[in-house]
Each structure stands twice: as structure tokens, then as C-alpha cells.
Design a protein around this ligand. Sequence first.
Ligand code: CAA
Ligand code: NAI
Length: 246
Amino acid sequence: MRGLKNKVIIITGAASGIGKATALRFAEEGAKVAVADFGDGTATVNEVTANGGEAVYVNVNVTDTDSVKAMVEKVVAVFGKVDVLINNAGITKDAMMKKMTREAWDAVINVNLTGVFNCTSAVLPYMLEQKSGVVLTSSSVVGIYGNLGQTNYAATKWGVIGMTKSWAKEMARNGLRFNCVAPGFIGTDMVKKIPEQVLQEKILVKVPAGRLGEPEEIAAAFAFLASDDAKFINGTVLSVDGACTL
Ligand code: CAA
Ligand code: NAI
């Protein structure tokens, strides 16, 4: 990919799954990576370093504005700037609507929606000042098409699309880009929580590719959208889902 060398990338939720694969991919492209997670991100950092890349672990809770502000300040202190934010941290608390509690609603909204607001707000002053920057956010096939048991999660993954499009309209003139990636079902811890019978008989049968996606396949989409190869792509949603939405 063009233009990623020496760029500074913050990836939230980079201790595991898609975020970890994305950290490894950006480091491979020559970028400097901040592995931001409230879980332990040292394994991701160690893997990046072992491959000859550059990374730092930053402990953050994306729901907490002070913690997010400290994250961005630490990244700027270590690497001098921030070029790309990848809003990847996310959780599920699935239940059919008739059983969904207010607690499950609030928890998912706080991380997947307010967390995206918090992290984007915190990097904007730096990006606006330098008149360049890219913010990429994890949506989902579930945000676009809905899913049984995911009222809260679907609301957030549709919500981030609206936020992304609004930001592109507001700030394309400032040299900033905002896009979403909408993964299908990807083989990470998140998908392991789906009852096996539901996964096999209700979900995978509808994926023409016939398999779960791999975290690296989402990482590749993030790398493309962050790169100069995508410099006129703004306010869009890239589906990476093995055709499961057709
Ligand atoms: N798609 C289609 N059918 C589903 C379904 C789904 N995702 N989830 C449940 N069903 C079906 C079940 O097969 C079952 O059908 P039958 O009555 O014909 O047997 C019916 O709905 C009721 O399901 P349960 O008996 O399991 O109901 P429950 O109340 O005990 O549990 C649930 C409900 C918590 C939603 C549980 O079924 C579940 O976890 N389902 C999976 C939900 C899901 O797809 N989550 C995605 C997580 S991965 C992710 O979110 C990443 C991403 O962006 C794609
Ligand atoms: P994962 O569960 O493997 O990783 C999520 C990471 O986010 C974890 O390391 C966790 O510690 C971190 N995190 C959670 N809450 C946080 C918080 N408050 N502050 C900081 N970090 C926090 O999940 P996965 O699958 O890698 O998901 C990554 C993103 O991709 C999520 O936004 C998810 O919704 C999205 N996605 C995943 C799909 C899948 O099928 N796995 C499909 C579509 C979207």
C-alpha cells in the first residue's frame, strides 16, 4: 500500500482478533502502531517487534473520556503525531429483544458508539491542525442488515455509519477522511460466543463463501482505506463479508 510508511496509527481493541491482525498488518507496511486496549496488548506489541516493526501498548477504556485523552497524549508523546485512528474496539451482549435488558443496551452503546465518539473527538484537534488524517471505524454486516438477538449491537454498527458520513461531509474540506469497514462473520472470540448450532445452521449456510472470514482479511481492508491508494474515498462503507449480504 502507498503512503503508510512512518505513519502513526492508533488501533483500539488491538489486543486480540481483528485489531491485533490490523496492528501486525500496519507494522508490516512500515507504520508505527499504538496498540490501544483495556486488555493486555503486550502480546501484540511483542509480535510486531519480533517481526521488526514498531509498536507501543497504551491501556485505554474507550468509554472514558479522560482515559481516551491520555491515550492520544501518550501516542503523540511517543511518536510525535497521529495520522490514523482505527475505531475497532467493540463488544456484544446478545439477547432477543423481548429479553434484552437496559444494562445490555447501555453497555454496547457505551463501547461501540460512545467509544467511537470519544476516540474520534480526541484525535481531531491533531488531525485538523496538521490538515490530514484518516479515521476508520468497524461497522458490521449486522449494522446494515440487522440480526436476531442484536438490537443493541445493530444500532451501534448502523450508528457509526451515520457518524462517519457526517464527519466526511464536515471535514473533507480540511483534508480528513472517514470510512467504515463492514465485516461479515470473522473467526475471532466474538463469534465464538454464538451457539454452535446457530452458527452452523442459521449463519454459515447463508455465506456464499462458505466460511468465516479471517481477521487478516479485515486488516487488509483497513490498510487499503488508510493508504494513499484510497485518497479520494471518503464517507463510504466497504463490505468485506464473503458475499453474505447478497
Ligand atoms: N440468525 C438466525 N437465527 C437465529 C440467530 C441468528 N443470528 N440467533 C438465534 N437464532 C434462532 C435459533 O436458531 C432459534 O431457532 P429455532 O427456534 O428454530 O431453534 C431461535 O432463533 C431462538 O434462539 P435461541 O433458542 O438460541 O434463543 P435464546 O433466547 O436462548 O438466545 C441468542 C438468543 C442470545 C440471540 C442466541 O441465539 C445467540 O447468541 N444467537 C446468535 C446471535 C448472533 O448472531 N450474534 C452475532 C455475534 S458475532 C458479531 O456480532 C460480529 C458481527 O458483527 C457479525
Ligand atoms: P474481539 O473480542 O476479539 O476484540 C475486541 C477487543 O476490543 C478486545 O481486545 C477488547 O479487550 C477490546 N475492548 C472491548 N471493550 C473495550 C473498551 N471499553 N476499551 C478498550 N478496548 C476494549 O473482537 P473482534 O471480533 O476482533 O472485533 C473487533 C471489531 O470488529 C469490533 O468492533 C466488532 O464489533 C467488529 N466486527 C467483528 C466481526 C466478527 O465477526 N468478529 C464482524 C463485524 C464487525
